[in-house]
Ligand binder design. Sequence first.
Ligand code: PMP
Ligand code: GLU
Length: 412
Amino acid sequence: MISGTLAGSNYDAWYTCFVQPKPIASRVRDLNPSPTLAITARAATMRASGLDVISFAAGEPDFRTPLPIIEAAHEAMLAGFTKYTSGSGIMELREVVADKFRRENGIETSADRVVITCGAKHALVNAILTLVEPGDEVIIIAPYWMSYSEQVMLAGGIPVLVQCTPESGFVPDPQEVAAAVTPKTKAMMICSPNNPTGAVWPKQVIQEIAQIASTNGIWLISDEVYEKLIYEGVHYSPAGLDPEFADCTITIGSCSKTFAMTGWRIGYMTGPKHVMTKIACTQDTISHPTSFAQKAAIKAFEMGDSFIQEVLPEFRTRRDLMHSLVNQIPGVSASLPQGAFYVMANVSNLLSGKCSTVDELAEILLQEAHVALIPGSVFSAKGFLRLSYATNREQIERGIGRMNEALQRLTV
Ligand code: PMP
Ligand code: GLU
């Protein structure tokens, strides 16, 4: 015990009566750090220490944000647009997004039903916190972007996984989705084009899933952040297919992938008026996106598809390259993804006594081959590794080469 005098008084008592603060909230006790962000950060740290690490971990375009977008932010800052904005985002951007939803997604909405968020991740949390009560079940179609289950747990909800198989091209079977519905089901989270599988779900499947939600009075949270990254197939927004579906659907998009703006943190969402009004209140308790990033987003939407049209052929070439190289690794196979920028490599044939899980395999590849990628286990895809091809062709060739050599060493 430390004792002494402070301004003439004895302060022993402060120490002797110290007790541990009460435990953290149970709803966060089981939360985990985001593995995609954690592995990406580890790769960056290794690189900073001088190692030549090739990263297939991060799901973010390596392209720079287009210059006119950067200039728009700069101009906004110089013009003094550096203050708080309204909680749901600036009206001008909300109008632009409402117009985009109407024109491109067929969703009948208006600016007062649009909330601009700090990325789609924030939009997803807004939706979950607004809709899910402790004990509510939320159906998640797996493999899934791992943050969904953490977000559901943050609200005290229970994630219920409906697993898609590689044999079905990672497209869900609506009958299995229907079978997972219980009286406790409050919402369903879907993502097409999909992270991590790259699957683009057919219209019929989206329609049937939306019908299940609508018929059972379940909220459908549709994560459409990869809507523009499609090589085969067409993107359908469930809320655009039928006004009935729009009544139970929250549609979420982002500037992150479409305009190479991951760090700007601009996402957006729309849904029925009564729920968007409350989502606006949820967001008011958290934060709104940066003022000048919102101005930049207006510029991004004004540019339309020009940037994505420019980079899509390059993404396609990278996809084909990575898919072909991965399939040349003995014992490894991958189907051709139709969208997003991930290849799912099936490595289940390589798992043995020496290395029995994809987590161990991903760790070995990082430590020994200096290739960072994400073990499928985090997405509920055991036996798979997720490789992002949002990196240049030279890195893809070298990285897969190293991976091949390391896997050969492991299997002899
Ligand atoms: N949804 C999916 C499926 C994602 O992969 C990501 C991250 N890349 C997000 C949402 C979040 O994107 P952001 O917050 O950058 O808009
Ligand atoms: N969504 C990105 C990915 O799947 C990472 C960003 C994040 O986890 O927030 O790699």
